[in-house]
Design a protein around this ligand. Structure first.
Ligand code: PMT
Length: 410
């Protein structure tokens, strides 16, 4: 986990939406990240979720409407103290009424007043009945807030407490945590950049149910993508068949199966990209012919005689094709999966494929390569530089961006 995600100061404003019942889980998850969480509630929220539950989980008192302009803290005014203390202010769920109040600059209670006073980034999660959310009045209020720099996160689609199905649900806690991380990210030095990442394995089908593949989980590629998003980049991911743990929120995901599909997707997005990161483990061979029906077991003779031959043809080398076609202002980064002569092999691949940077990982080491949450990479650049980076895949990915940016490569 990136160090800056931990031990942060978060003001969580809870307003009158039924989804308020989910907020104790959010508080608990934030506390597990060693974050300090102050809770401020509107009067309506107090009827939907217990202030005692929230204060117990946050290990602090919850600030209620009755605390607004109260003198319990002497000269310290609660809403100003909270507004100044917070590194990020989160409104979850945000009711239509609170969205209206904040858009109008109303300071009718502790939540609205804190939101008016804070200089910290504000992330707002509207959650309500679908018609209330789609009403032009609500849309307008949310638009005003967006224009003012508030990050308004669309509600999720699904069954709503009111019985309707539509857009109005509070997003999952994981997504809320990702948005908080995005707001707290210390750097936006990739803002305006377009990053194309390939991740995961490819599958080459022999028949409708069997395929050749590899154990790539997509974790390394998604870590490269997510950390670029934290830094402000727009990110597209060409993802092979994997369901990687960890969030893909904020990323535009294009699912593919085979190497040929991955190649086409990369080429379609090549023009758009300022940087291409090839973290996918791409299958180098595919069946010369894919059987239409499931290949049957051979029943003649004994087991030793029942052999089966497969004819494979070579797939295109996507990285080499990009290397040959890319513009001079596009940066091409590859990963090399090696089991021996790590640096020499990786450098040879860098040259052969026309890459700018190669990240060589020893896939035979237990803490690096396929599937695991950690990696050890040797970062080799065309200009000759070479450094070693290790840690969780997210830490490695972030350190790679840092090196590229501070080293003037990107
Ligand atoms: O997904 P994880 O479980 O997190 O594991 C991460 C990883 C080990 C898959 C990743 O870190 C990694 O090493 N990815 C590259 C794996 C690989 O295909 O290595 P390679 O040495 O065979 O290929 C070198 C480069 O050429 C790679 O950038 C690869 O994407 C690219 N390539 C390879 C073959 C091919 N036909 N087309 C390609 O574009």
């Amino acid at each position: 986990m990136l160090a800056w995600k931990r031990s942060r100061k978060i003001l969580l404003c809870v307003t009158g939406g039924i989804a308020a019942y989910k907020i104790p889980d959010l508080v608990s998850r934030l506390r597990k990240l060693d974050c300090e969480v102050e809770i401020a509630m509107t009067e309506a929220a107090e009827t939907l979720v217990s202030p005692l539950a929230l204060s117990t989980l946050s290990n602090r008192r919850a600030w209620l409407q009755s605390d607004f302009l109260a003198s319990s803290r002497g000269f310290e005014i609660p809403h100003i103290h909270l507004a100044d203390w917070a590194e990020v202010v989160v409104v979850a769920p945000c009711s239509a009424n609170t969205a209206f109040g904040v858009a109008q600059g109303r300071a009718g209670g502790i939540v609205e007043a804190a939101l008016l006073a804070t200089q910290a980034p504000v992330v707002l999660f509207p959650a309500m009945n679908v018609h209330m959310f789609e009403n032009p009045a609500t849309r307008r209020n949310l638009e005003i807030l967006t224009q003012r720099g508030v990050r308004v996160v669309d509600p999720a689609f699904g069954l709503l407490a009111c019985g309707y199905e539509g857009k109005g649900r509070l997003p999952d806690t994981d997504l809320i945590l990702e948005e908080i991380a995005y707001a707290l990210s210390p750097r936006r030095d990739l803002a305006g950049k377009h990053i194309l990442v390939t991740a995961g394995p490819t599958r080459e089908y022999l028949d409708p149910v069997r395929f050749i593949s590899n154990p790539s989980s997509g974790k390394m590629g998604l870590a490269m993508a997510r950390t670029a998003w934290y830094r402000g980049a727009e990110v597209r991911v060409i993802l092979g068949p994997a369901s990687p743990a960890g969030s893909a929120h904020g990323l535009e995901i294009h699912g593919v199966v085979s190497t040929l599909e991955m190649r086409d997707a990369v080429m379609e997005n090549l023009e758009w990209a300022d940087c291409i990161v090839k973290a996918a483990a791409v299958g180098d061979y595919r069946a010369e012919e894919k059987a239409d029906h499931k290949i049957k077991r051979n029943t003649g003779g004994n087991d030793q005689e029942r052999t089966f031959s497969l004819s494979l043809v070579q797939n295109p080398d996507i990285a080499a094709e990009v290397g040959a076609r890319k513009r001079a202002d596009q940066l091409l980064i590859g990963f090399a999966a090696e089991t021996d002569d790590l640096v020499a092999n990786a450098r040879a691949k860098l040259e052969r494929k026309g890459l700018d940077v190669m990240l060589a990982n020893d896939v035979s080491a237990p803490s690096s390569g396929f599937g695991v949450d950690t990696n050890v990479v040797h970062m080799i650049s065309r200009t000759g530089g070479e450094i070693s980076i290790s840690g969780s895949k997210e830490e490695v990915a972030d350190a790679v961006w840092e090196e590229l940016i501070t080293g003037g490569l990107f």
